[in-house]
Design a protein around this ligand. Structure first.
Ligand code: IMP
Ligand code: MG
Length: 419
């Protein structure tokens, strides 16, 4: 199978970075297709952890890494990442779509001040993501080609004027953005990034024609998708598999399979409904054992049991063909592990995810026996196998990978995504 999408099935932070890093070892290209520096993908190699926000997680495997048109780019963060990789001896083999939009300083300001003014907070990462996508859809955005070309100042002036007026007169805050500073800094960014800008769509299409393997790496997760997530508590991009086509510039017929990454329990960072959330010491225990603190913002993540209604929903929205289970080790040591298998909604029992009624859905759980050692002499212990088996049965999806720790080799592969 030469082209595979890897997508988050929950609210992000499923451990996609590690799964992508693993699968990228047998690919030629890894492509980011949406989101921006709100994503934080952590990869651990030889005990050292590396956090990436924009460069695809496959970069450490030395593969060609592509950033598609659907991504919004904060040039400062991208340059910092390129530099950090260079200091580790990794030269990013990077191509950035000229169509990708740029995050500017006023986007950060608008993101924080709009969030502040909301009575119902979203809990954004304050990385300017929403306002960058707003400029894009309102057709005032600046693309990478414009950063790299000469007429940047003229274009950015209008946007900064509007943003400053909005900050002062509508949102009523004192912060203002200085045009000269932006032009100066972004001109430097342009000279640094120019060499990487090109045509991502054509590059992918030629790679696929040559029979090379291409991996599409989703950021965030299905439940944060702008259209299909728990709106308005979502991010501003198409985080589900459909976003890979528009965000990378390829047709749906060029995709062979879609693997969903599913953490063995559920987390969410930011506001919004979360049916299986635990507000007790079990939730704290999952947070501690799983190190559930935001990679970008450091915020403690909300934690709860696995919710299979959501995974079934992700199966439908993304057309999933398999699953990768991550962080199974975190459940080690619990006497009982609970799994949400359906919801009670009013007087009905449902097995789907009604995103607009999610706060009224009460999970119905099945309790399984826990385990004190994940492995016995035959491999995964019987109770952990039963847990994985339950996920397969309830979702109708085969589990291809099981990750049981942060290190690269802590991974069971039952069937390669490439087979
Ligand atoms: P934004 O993407 O910064 O606008 O944030 C919108 C919502 O998506 C907030 O609830 C964030 O916490 C959440 N979010 C954005 N990126 C990620 C991510 O990479 N992992 C988990 N949650 C995220
Ligand atoms: Mg993350």
């Amino acid at each position: 199978m030469p082209s595979v999408i890897i997508v988050g099935t929950q609210w992000g932070d499923e451990g996609k970075g590690k799964v992508v890093d693993h699968c990228a070892q047998d690919a030629s290209y890894v492509v980011r297709y949406q989101g921006g520096a709100n994503a934080g993908h952590t990869i651990v190699v030889n005990g050292k952890s590396l956090r990436l926000q924009l460069i695809p997680s496959g970069v450490l495997t030395g593969k060609r890494v592509l950033i598609g048109a659907g991504v919004v780019i904060d040039p400062k963060i991208l340059i910092d990442e390129i530099d950090r990789l260079e200091s580790l001896g990794v030269r990013a083999n990077l191509l950035i779509s000229g169509k990708a939009h740029i995050t500017l300083p006023y986007h950060h300001l608008l993101d924080s001040s709009l969030e502040q003014s909301r009575s119902r907070k979203i809990g954004t990462t304050k990385r300017g993501i929403g306002p960058t996508y707003t400029d894009k859809t309102s057709r005032h955005g600046l693309q990478m080609t414009e950063l790299a070309a000469g007429n940047f100042e003229e274009k950015v002036k209008r946007n900064i004027d509007v943003a400053n007026k909005m900050l002062r007169h509508i949102i009523e805050v004192d912060d203002q953005v200085n045009l000269d500073e932006v032009v100066q800094t972004y001109t430097k960014y342009a000279s640094r990034l120019k060499e990487y800008v090109g045509d991502v769509s054509t590059a992918i299409s030629s790679a696929l024609e040559n029979g090379e393997r291409v991996l599409f790496e989703g950021a965030q997760g299905t439940m944060l998708d702008i259209d299909h997530g728990t709106y308005p508590f979502v991010t501003s991009s198409s985080a589900s598999a459909g976003g890979a086509c528009t965000g990378a510039g390829i047709g749906p017929t060029m995709i062979d399979s879609v693997m969903g990454v599913c953490k063995a329990y559920t987390t969410r960072v930011g506001e919004g409904p979360f049916p299986t959330e635990l507000h007790d010491e079990t939730g704290d225990r999952l947070r501690d054992a799983g190190g559930e603190y935001g990679a970008v913002t450091g915020r403690p993540r909300r934690c709860g049991w696995l919710d299979l209604n959501i995974i079934r929903y992700a199966k439908r929205i993304n057309g999933l063909t398999s699953l990768a289970i991550t962080k199974l080790d975190v459940l080690t040591g619990f006497d009982k592990v609970r799994v949400g298998v359906s919801y009670r909604l009013g007087n009905q029992i449902i097995r789907d995810t009604p995103v607009h009624d999610l706060e009224n859905c009460v999970p119905i759980y099945v309790d399984l026996d826990g385990w004190s050692d994940l492995f016995d002499s035959d491999g995964l212990c019987t109770n952990a196998e039963a847990y994985v088996g339950m996920i397969e049965r309830e979702t109708g999806l085969p589990v291809s990978y099981i990750s049981y720790g942060p290190e690269r080799d802590e991974m069971i592969c039952r069937r390669s995504v490439w087979s």
